[in-house]
Design a protein. Structure first.
Length: 196
């Protein structure tokens, strides 16, 4: 997977979670009514919201920084809005379907004013959130491109240098060479005794 795609998906997921959180806060100002609405629409995962926000923030920042260092193309705000809007609507429909169990129940829930209000608010909230995230991503990309690259040793040069030094160290530690091993195996024949 390209890092640019990972960064765009992370920014989109971050926007979806933030719009989701804010839309239910704005739609239901009373905490008890909000809790009832969340329980009635299958938001049992809501306890994991803060860890998910932290994970997607870290992934978006790291992916944007590294892809900018590689000079990848940046993503468009319109594409990011479309991805975020589709992601939000998909999450909402899946949550409600898993909680209610039927498509008719999901349609009835979404068609009610209390069920559609958070959806409309979230889609409207994505309009300012996505451009803000694009500005943040571009600022991070500019910062990443301005950071001077670290000097790197190429593997071939490192291998050549290390091989030369290792061979010098071993030749300095080695004892002096003896005779070739073929000479060590030669037996000297005893002189033959004179015949009388």
């Amino acid at each position: 997977m390209k890092l640019r795609t990972l960064a765009a998906a992370s920014w989109s997921a971050l926007a979806v979670l933030l719009a989701h959180f804010l839309s239910y806060r704005l739609a239901y100002s009373d905490p008890h009514a909000r809790l009832h609405a969340l329980e009635g629409s299958g938001h049992s995962w809501y306890a994991l919201l803060l860890p998910a926000l932290a994970l997607f923030t870290l992934s978006a920042l790291a992916g944007t920084y590294v892809s900018a260092r590689r000079m990848d193309r940046r993503f468009s705000a319109l594409g990011l809005y479309g991805l975020s809007a589709l992601g939000f609507l998909a999450i909402e429909f899946i949550e409600r379907f898993m909680h209610l169990g039927t498509l008719a129940g999901v349609w009835h829930n979404v068609a009610s004013p209390a069920g559609v209000l958070p959806l409309v608010i979230a889609l409207l909230l994505l309009l300012p959130i996505i451009p803000l995230f694009c500005i943040a991503a571009r600022a991070l990309a500019v910062l990443a491109r301005r950071t001077p690259p670290r000097p790197q040793v190429t593997p071939a040069r490192f291998q050549l240098v290390s091989t030369r030094y290792v061979s010098q160290v071993f030749s300095a530690l080695a004892p002096p060479r003896g005779p070739p091993c073929s000479l060590a195996r030669v037996r000297l024949a005893a002189p033959s005794s004179p015949r009388f």
